[in-house]
Unconditional design. Structure first.
Length: 102
């Protein structure tokens, strides 16, 4: 049996930590990327996932990335595609793991 010990990032590790303070304020508005209206309803990836009953986190991530592919100023279309493929590959692995373990 393999044991996994998570490693803490080094003090010099850098990562993007979004500033969520404005979103946590009362009456805060959602970011513009979610302001797609259809029939008077805000149509964003989260509403679509709810409407279709998509609950698997890897599938949710892949669909969200596909819906916004190429529209992220911090990531290229190819990077979005790679992330979708990675999420779906992991989902497939999880399904296979669950099949083996049942």
């Amino acid at each position: 049996m393999n044991s996994f010990t998570p490693q803490r990032p080094s003090a010099t590790a850098s990562f993007h930590e979004p500033n969520l303070t404005p979103l946590l304020q009362p009456n805060a508005t959602t970011p513009p990327r979610y302001n797609k209206l259809f029939g008077g309803v805000k149509l964003d990836p989260y509403r679509i996932l709810l409407q279709y009953g998509i609950t698997h986190p890897a599938l949710q991530h892949a669909i969200k990335k596909l819906l916004r592919a190429g529209n992220d100023p911090h990531q290229s279309l190819v990077e979005d595609i790679d992330e979708v493929i990675g999420a779906l590959m992991r989902m497939k692995e999880m399904i296979e793991e669950d099949t083996i373990n049942t």
